[in-house]
Design a protein around this ligand. Sequence first.
Ligand code: ADP
Ligand code: ZN
Length: 435
Amino acid sequence: MPIWNNQIETMPRRELKELQLAKLRKLVSYTYDNVPFYRNKLDSMGLSPDSIRKLEDIRLLPFTTKDDLRDNYPFDLFATPMRNVVRIHASSGTTGKATVVGYTRKDLELWSEMMARIHSAGGVTNDDIAQISFGYGLFTGGFGHHYGLEKIGAAVIPASSGNTERQVQIMKDFGTTVLICTPSYALHIADVMAEMGIDPKRDLKLKYGLFGAEPWSESIRREIEKKMCLTATDNYGLSELIGPGVAGECLEKNGMHINEDSFLVEIIDPKSGECLIEGEKGELVITPLDKEALPLLRYRTKDLSIFSTGQCRCGRTTARIMKIMGRTDDMLIIRGVNVFPSQIEEALLEVDGIAPHYQIIVDRQKNIDILEVHVEVTDRLFFDEMKRIVEIETQIIDRLYAIIGIKVKLKLVEPRTIERSTGKAKRVIDKRNVY
Ligand code: ADP
Ligand code: ZN
């Protein structure tokens, strides 16, 4: 598979670090000169743009958080006058009030370049017909992928999300070869496909699926690949940094290559803020090095992952981040135990007869936290004998107990009864916050 930007993506790491340092120094001056929020912060910490002499000096700089963006809502962190801003997007607001981001013309060009690299890594070429089933709108998913694919020369179908039967019809009629959406929506499309009597092997031309915008496990990957007859890769980004385009997997499917010439990644301990070393799991802190409209220093993503500079067989020299294991703020504390929804998902999907559709409900009754898991059974199991169903229930409860150390209340539900999402799935309902 060709590498989109050979010069950058296979650059010796020492050169790459020099490039990052030069850009970081420029970035610090740029924010100091153009964003009062950063000027005040750096002044109060006794730092100036000259404080950055080597790459590790980034650790002297302050973090930026989602709250900083919210406090400066909507445009106060922009470094350019609105005259130079040509696009505005907002985050999905998964965890509260959305944050607003802006792009100059140069930022949009950068975004297309970052995306084109990720699409190439995921197998896309100018021969492909790519259907984007991410929502087009304030959410960055639709537009971000759109321009990257056009840059590569693929034929883009801006299907947007929703109207799933029509998505399948388009896929069939137009001969879609690449599908772009959230993994949960891909699963839903696959189910609708089956209901419509469409056999992907016989009726469709799908080859690659590039999925992202929410956490998904290896089991979900296998499920999508099997149901849709395609190769699925993961890609990652967030609106505050650019949107999708920060990192994406190559066909080795072993972690997402970071566009490191433009995004400097650190891993920290989310509690202490201390930097961790390669291979340790922690929170990603990312500094976008090239952004004009909304430059940020050390943005705390709240996303948990592992950083690796190990060689990849594809030939790229860029470091990778492993599958996102959740957000620091999706961690549930149940009776004092830390539980990540991703742990529950892995355990559920190991069981035969379970569909990859579930919901986690947390409640508090008489001051005790209750963890309830609703999961759909497959059609086959639904019509199976009761004994088999009870066996599966026990198997799941025991498995979850072994992994998280908590006895869950499990409810097996009928096929197609858990609400489907066309964007980011809402898998956790925490009712405790209401009290
Ligand atoms: P919001 O934070 O409101 O959801 P965005 O729409 O910008 O805003 O989404 C970015 C977030 O989506 C990331 O911080 C991360 O939590 C999640 N995300 C994006 N891509 C992936 C991915 N490939 N795997 C896991 N999570 C992802
Ligand atoms: Zn690779």
